[in-house]
Design a protein around this ligand. Structure first.
Ligand code: ZN
Length: 528
């Protein structure tokens, strides 16, 4: 079940999902309290998603699901002025969050809702996301199929399930009975996709005329689009072609070094390379950025300027490649034992079949190449941000040892490593995502009139992003005692308050249950 080929990831054109087994749905919501006619969140330090510095103490008033007032009620270090506080109305609810930090709900721009192939069910995935403050995801083409995703999207918006709000992209060609081989077929498919209610399209690559037609048509309709520029098509169609034709965001990084080539037109593939060999694919990808024009060279600047002029969004998903530069660390992340499902753990193991299980023989040379790959890639992404470009936070969890929710927080740490100020990191995670979704009138920052999606945490995440991990951060007390601090305390979505630690406890129980069935222990391959 979990070793099924995930060919839809790079071969969506030729897939029909008609023969797929029934995928389990998320259960009816049993968690969360609210919404209330009035909710007052008392005494927080507000870290907004708009680049503004923290300020507080602040009381935030929500009515049902709409932010009604954001009131400063004092100054740090002095008692709160009770006279300035908004009054609780009858039937209202007060949330005492004195001394805590409140941020806009996080947006994961690359959130596959697991599925059968990975052995990660919807409830598991949704609770891990919600436990990490993720109140919105963009689904970049699900193995569960569009109908399934749209059903969960509407249940999430009605809050009958515990799940982030969902923006659904369809893998280009998904559901088509035949491979899309003409521009007319491409346009028809795009129109049908819009009629079905999708929010846009996720591309992997196609012939240039088909890409051009599909992107033009999608743009005309006004929908969003994302693309993983897979190597099979990138020699004829890179990020720059996509952006000019109307693509709104690029995923990962493939297709960008290719746009930056100046002394070659294809990647320097070894002559025995085979794209269907995952070690070849990921190993050689790690040597790709060094083949591109160097940072700040004329060509590098020119490509960046063109992308900036097109208001193009970069969604780098740095975290999903991290095993490439540090395999052992990524395999042994401390949360696997408690929160990784046995089925997911098995899916991660090296295999000639599973996508992303590329460490057939992953060694020092591959890791060193990837460290340099990261350096050049991060340099581009940071400069893009500095020159006014939009960069978002996306996780692509469920592959390569990256666990839902946890991996998103890791993504924030990697944006920090790329050179983002922590406030720029939070903006990437919130307002930038909302803008890229075309939803910044509703979500992405704490503003009057917007929806009540918040993350509340007891520690200052700007000082240490690790406090956002479900497992918190390790700290030594004055009495030389080791403690865990942080972990999101409350995730609020649509004015409903979720106890984030309770959601994590549910996930832990699910994992324990699954281990009983399988009589499973996390084993290290070749060592048991
Ligand atoms: Zn993906």
């Amino acid at each position: 079940m979990m070793k099924k080929c995930l060919s839809f990831l790079y071969d969506s054109l030729f897939l029909s999902f008609s023969g797929m087994a029934q995928v389990q749905k998320a259960p009816e919501r049993a968690e969360g309290e609210g919404p209330w006619p009035q909710l007052i969140i008392r005494g927080v330090t507000l870290i907004n998603g708009n680049g503004a510095p923290p300020t507080g103490p602040v009381d935030i008033v929500v009515e049902n699901n709409i932010i009604k007032s954001i009131r400063t009620v004092g100054y740090p270090g002095v008692p709160i002025d009770e006279a300035r506080r908004p009054q609780l109305k009858e039937g209202g609810k007060e949330l005492d969050a004195n001394g805590m930090y409140l941020l806009p709900g996080f947006i994961d721009m690359h959130g596959h809702i697991g599925g059968e192939s990975q052995g990660a069910g919807a409830e598991y995935v949704f609770k891990l996301w919600m436990a990490h403050g993720i109140t919105t995801i963009r689904e970049p083409g699900s193995g569960n199929g569009l109908d399934w995703v749209l059903e969960h999207k509407s249940k999430s918006s009605a809050n009958t399930i515990t799940a982030p709000r969902i923006y659904a992209l369809t893998s280009f060609g998904q559901g088509s009975k035949e491979p899309i081989s003409t521009t007319q077929m491409a346009r028809t498919w795009v129109q049908e996709n819009a009629k079905k209610g999708a929010d846009g399209i996720k591309f992997f690559g196609a012939a240039p005329d088909i890409m051009q037609a599909a992107l033009e048509e999608n743009k005309k309709i006004g929908l969003k689009s994302a693309m993983h520029h897979a190597q099979m098509s990138v020699a004829r169609w890179n990020v720059l072609h996509s952006a000019k034709a109307g693509l709104t965001s690029m995923e990962h990084w493939y297709g960008l070094p290719e746009a930056l080539f100046e002394d070659r037109t294809v990647q320097n593939y070894p002559l025995d390379y085979n794209y269907n060999n995952e070690q070849h694919r990921f190993g050689e990808a790690g040597r790709l950025w060094q083949q591109a024009a160097p940072p700040n060279s004329d060509h590098w600047n020119k490509v960046m300027d063109e992308l900036l002029a097109l208001d193009f969004t970069l969604d780098p998903t740095f975290n999903i490649y991290e095993a490439s530069r540090d395999l052992h660390k990524t395999r042994r992340l401390e949360w696997h034992e408690t929160y990784t499902l046995p089925s997911l753990w098995k899916f991660y193991q090296p295999s000639k079949i599973s996508h992303g299980s590329y460490w057939h023989y992953w060694g020092t040379e591959e890791e060193i190449a990837w460290k340099e790959n990261y350096r050049l890639w991060m340099t581009f992404v940071n400069a893009y941000k500095n020159r006014g470009g939009r960069v978002t936070a996306g996780s692509d969890s469920g592959f390569i040892f990256q666990l839902y929710g946890f991996a998103y927080i890791r993504e924030l740490e990697l944006l920090r490593e790329a050179g983002f100020h922590p406030l720029e990191v939070i903006r990437a995670a919130t307002l930038n995502g909302a803008e890229a979704l075309g939803a910044d009138d509703k979500i992405g920052s704490v503003e009057i009139g917007k929806l009540a999606d918040f993350v509340i945490v007891e520690e200052n995440p700007l000082q240490n992003l690790k406090v956002l991990y479900g497992t918190g951060a390790i700290k030594l007390t004055d009495d030389n005692e080791v403690v865990r601090v942080g972990g999101v305390k409350y995730t609020i979505k649509d004015g409903i308050i979720y106890d984030a630690k309770k959601l994590l406890a549910d996930v832990q129980a699910m994992v324990e249950e699954a281990k009983k069935v399988d009589d499973f222990k996390i084993k290290q391959p070749g060592m048991e």
